[in-house]
Ligand binder design. Sequence first.
Ligand code: XUL
Length: 514
Amino acid sequence: MPQVLGLDASTQSCSAIIIDTDLASVVAEASINFGECLPQYKAPSGFIPGGADGEVSSDPRMWIDALELLLEKLKDQCDLSKIQAISGAGQQHGSVYLNDNWEDTLGALSATKSLTEQIEKCFSKDTSPIWMDTSTSEECLEIAAATGGDAAVCAKSGSIAIERFTGPQIRRFYKNDPDGYAQTARIHLVSSFICSLLCGSDVPIDTGDGAGMNLLNIQTWDWDPDLLRATAPELGKRLPKVVSGNTKAGEISQYFVQKYGFSTGTPITVFTGDNPSSLVGMGASKAGKLVISLGTSDTFFAAMPEVVADPQGCGHVFGNPSAGSMSLQCFVNGSLAREAVKDKFSYDWDQFTTAIDQTPAGNDGNIMVPFFRPEISPPIDLDAPILKGNESFEAWNEADAAIRACVEGQFINMKLRTNWMQLQPEVIYLTGGASKNDAIAQVVADVFQAQVQRLAVSGSVALGAALRAAYNTFSLPLNQLEAIFCQPETGSTVQPKAAIDTYIEAEQIFSDLL
Ligand code: XUL
């Protein structure tokens, strides 16, 4: 019975799933919430609060302790010697800075001491900047200027220089602490750091997570010499090599064999970023399916038929860990915008849903640019929505129409902004908090003129890691694994009802409003 372990080292927790690919079943799931289980790190939401100038960082020791607690928990639930393949994923962009003790320490881990105790002497920077950090605007400008501008950085790396991306973070560290940088022998992402610990050796970065650094060239899928030079001196030698997601990184270290009962020789597939992993875990690793995740921010991602970068510089291109590339685009005005318009009329969520149900697709020509705060897709500095329609609608006197206009506006904007990806969606997988709402799902189906499904999967990041490990280790076809583990929830499929031309004029008016 091949059992497979998938790990998810995310912002607030470290989670795992163990699946049995023969029995088509989930054997165990466990999670360690950093704030709850490791209060000594004083990071209730997984990062150190109160950072100056937009700095957001976490203590990498907390991630190591969480990994050990997680394995302890799993060991109590099942026999880890049955696991025959492992992979994982990490929150994207976060970086770990290590000195020249790193490789030797990894190779000589002793099961009688804790991991943190042994890795402690390997850090050349005490904390790890993570994806929520916005402190590097200056470094982004410098990297763009040294590389020939935003368009050049975007064409090379798949994204313009972005504050949270790892390259600008590395540059800021180099500028603020040149001695610390000089002592840094290796820079890892969260994903490759955790994978190195498990393998007991320094492992590569995959193209999925590597592309979130503003350092990887999306044509060659290798470090880009111009971007390395623009970021920090002698950076190339500090980075692990880059490999595709279907690469074996190593085998489980004796430390974990002795301490948690894993079997010697268990293969580990290179880790990837959480979004690339979720692409696989949602069953969307092949072009034609796309994922919309509705959260605080809404996120849109899909396997890409061609490697193209966003000419407007808002979206991102990452390696697809199952082959080729994927796109990702974030929309800041997600659930907070839906909530703001609901609250404006003192509605509850049931009234919000009824409002959408009782108004027609196309909203009688009433349109909203639903940005209650500055948006990044497209970049625009609004603090209140723009309304266009009849007089009473524009005066915010029509509650139901305003609610439909907000939701239609969000997905019209999403469709317009993601045209560059050249996708022809057959199925949209809707996930995240608001995805359960049938009225919102119907608007998505109508605007995109595609079928919408909600999957039964929870924890698509860890599941994606397990599926990748099974695919890579046992050569089980991904579509076969997806057919077993990524099934739509019964009765969750929504077909478009609106006529195909319902939104053509609205899309034009929406574009003209920006
Ligand atoms: C993607 C991003 C986040 C992180 C954390 O670019 O910044 O989604 O991966 O989840």
